[in-house]
Design a protein around this ligand. Structure first.
Ligand code: SF4
Length: 210
């Protein structure tokens, strides 16, 4: 079975490397907007409304809710973005002095911020070596043939061999998404997938005649 580093290298040879956003606040609000919706809706929302930190501070709750509407769950998401905007404004200057566990625990205390959203913010906004473990990643690991019984085990596997390299952590998440969009979909396209030979599910699928 592939090691985490081997899996990363294979994916990095297939797709361009991609970071979230170089602007930390953009990462923060988009990590909320993307919950339970497609990335295309986040892009649409980000393009149609100014959600910069200063703009969010100046918006009424109704305006913020309206801006978040294309991503669904607008009331809940706008409330979380509002709470995060205050949190971010107060923490950004002291963040360098806080360890990752402390930052994470502060994030998780905000309503609407779960493990995945906190991981996105820690990694892409604060550049901490935290793996973003999402449903796509769990599904991919299971299909590859790993039988982990907890997220702790999954993270142990994924982080091993990455030497705490924040860039690799950041690129890895997008690379998995690219694989899941291109081949490892809900109904996977195993016969043409480049990982087929190293994948338990793929190697058990019949080869397509085409
Ligand atoms: S071979 Fe199939 S199940 Fe395995 S990673 Fe590729 S698409 Fe997914």
């Amino acid at each position: 079975m592939l090691s985490s580093r081997e899996l990363y290298d294979r994916l990095a040879s297939l797709f361009p490397l991609r970071w979230w956003s170089d602007d930390p606040w953009t990462v923060v609000y988009q990590s909320v907007l993307v919950q339970h919706t497609a990335w295309s809706n986040v892009e649409k929302t980000s393009a149609s409304a100014d959600l910069s930190l200063s703009a969010v501070s100046a918006m009424s709750d109704e305006e913020l809710e309206r801006a978040a509407r294309p991503c669904g769950f607008a009331k809940a998401k706008s409330g979380t973005i509002r709470a995060l905007s205050s949190w971010y404004a107060s923490v950004r200057t002291e963040a360098d002095g806080l360890d990752t566990d402390e930052l994470k625990s502060r994030l998780l205390s905000i309503k609407g911020v779960g493990q995945e959203t906190a991981s996105v913010i820690l990694l892409y906004a604060f550049r901490r070596p935290v793996f973003v473990l999402d449903a796509y990643t769990r599904q991919l690991l299971e299909r590859l043939g790993f039988s982990f019984s907890s997220d702790c085990q999954r993270l142990e596997y994924l982080e091993k061999g990455l030497d705490g390299d924040v860039s690799v952590f950041g690129y890895y998440h997008w690379l998995i998404l690219e694989l899941c969009k291109a081949w490892c979909r809900k109904k996977p396209l195993c016969s043409s997938c480049p990982l087929r030979q190293d994948c338990r599910r793929g190697s058990s699928e019949p080869v397509s005649a085409s």
